[in-house]
Design a protein around this ligand. Structure first.
Ligand SMILES: Cc1cc2nc3c(=O)[nH]c(=O)nc-3n(C[C@H](O)[C@H](O)[C@H](O)COP(=O)(O)O)c2cc1C
Length: 381
């Protein structure tokens, strides 16, 4: 049953191939985790996911996307995150943190407050002030967005140090996997995409220059992140814009990341902000179930690195086939798991793997199995 076979990277074995994709909740205060995060993430561990990722977790406070983002920029934030990791690990899931920096997408309102820039109205409404943002170049995300300050070498060094320090905190909090959020138009993606990086120095210009920051982030993290623990990178494989970052560029970046100690590429796409900026016209995404799987398959083959597929996955047969056919090593689900945190347990039953609820925690499975036998005996359903 390919979806439910274990998978090992470095010293970590995932009990199955199903990952909970990072999902921001925008409910932290000053970056600190709370009971919401414990229960939200804990449900997925009880639901049978092999790997549970926290949401995007900021490496410095100005790198938050919203006021509600999680953070690991100070040691005081470790203990709360450790409580979540303990629970996930006790339930048999592998625990992961996604570290990120929003760059020019910082100081944004939560989705349900408009996904627009924070301004002085938010001070009155919620006591939340806008803050200044940094980016590779002074190119705003969209017409009504703040112009970010172009990062100096000192800023770059500071952010690299923040990744190094946060990685140490992820380890101290007891997590097994670290993923860098280098996709969806956030800071690392802003460096590698030609649409957002207009620098003339060693961090800009040709593809090698634009890839440099991502590679330095990977190397910085590997200085503090243990050798036995896997490091993932989430990349936007294409910008979906003519003249933007393309799949062949990602293949080259993935090869470099592999040499820098990265073990798996989490293959997403888009998010650079083309829809917000009149100067680019995004290409249409051909949305369909598993529409991003071919990108992951190409990365796996051409960069010879493990790959995770994500996006519009819900049918266990589709997820299973992607693993069975060797297209990807893992699949990640987000919205389907919000709808049904027990999706992995149901998938194992629908694929014929778990006839007697033995995959379930006995506190649930013992009762469900007993009820099922009664239902079958009396032909009730
Ligand atoms: C509520 C929500 C929050 C998200 N937050 C993040 C995030 O923090 N980091 C990230 O890489 N992707 C984030 N995403 C994107 C998902 O991880 C995933 O890539 C995307 O939803 C596509 O997968 P799906 O079709 O299974 O939902 C978020 C998605 C949702 C629905």
């Amino acid at each position: 049953m390919p979806l439910f076979t274990p998978f090992t990277l470095r010293d970590v074995t995932f009990p199955n191939r199903i990952a909970v994709s990072p999902m921001s909740q925008y409910l932290a205060r000053d970056g600190y985790v709370n009971d919401w995060h414990l229960v939200h993430l804990g449900r997925f561990a009880l639901g049978g996911a092999g790997l549970v990722f926290t949401e995007a977790t900021a490496v410095e406070d100005r790198g938050r996307r919203t006021h509600g983002d999680l953070g690991l920029w100070e040691d005081g934030q470790i203990e709360g995150m450790a409580r979540v990791a303990r629970f996930l690990n006790e339930q048999g899931a592998v625990s992961g943190v996604q570290l990120g920096h929003a760059g020019r997408k910082a100081s944004e309102r939560r989705p349900w407050h408009g996904e627009t820039p924070v301004n002085n109205e938010d001070i009155e409404l919620r006591g939340e002030a806008p803050w200044e943002m940094i980016a590779p170049s002074a190119v705003p995300y969209g017409a009504h967005w703040q112009e970010p300050t172009e990062m100096t070498q000192a800023d770059i060094d500071d952010v690299l140090q923040a990744f190094r320090d946060s990685a140490r905190r992820v380890d101290e909090a007891g997590y097994d996997v670290l993923e860098v959020y280098a996709a969806h138009g956030f800071l690392v993606h802003q460096f590698y995409s030609p649409l957002t990086n207009k620098r003339q120095d060693a961090y800009g210009g040709d593809r090698n220059g634009r890839m440099r920051f991502a590679l330095e982030v990977a190397r910085a993290i590997r200085e503090t992140w243990p050798g036995g623990k896997p490091l993932f990178f989430r990349l936007s494989v294409t910008d979906w814009v003519d003249g933007g970052w393309e799949t062949e560029d990602t293949v080259e970046l993935a090869k470099g990341l592999k040499s820098a100690g990265v073990d798996l590429i989490d293959c997403s796409t888009g998010g650079i902000g083309a829809g917000h900026n009149d100067s680019f016209t995004p290409r249409r995404m051909a949305l369909a179930q598993g529409f991003q799987l071919p990108f992951a398959e190409r990365l796996k083959q051409e960069a010879e690195i493990a790959a995770m597929g994500v996006g519009f996955l819900w049918d266990p047969e589709v997820a299973q086939a992607a693993i069975a056919d060797g297209k990807v090593d893992m699949v990640a689900l987000a919205r389907e798991l919000l709808d049904n945190p027990n999706w992995p347990l149901h998938a194992s039953r629908s694929l014929g793997k778990d006839k007697d609820y033995s995959f379930w925690k006995p506190q649930f499975g013992w009762w469900l199995n007993k009820r099922q036998r009664l239902i079958d005996k009396l032909s009730l359903r």
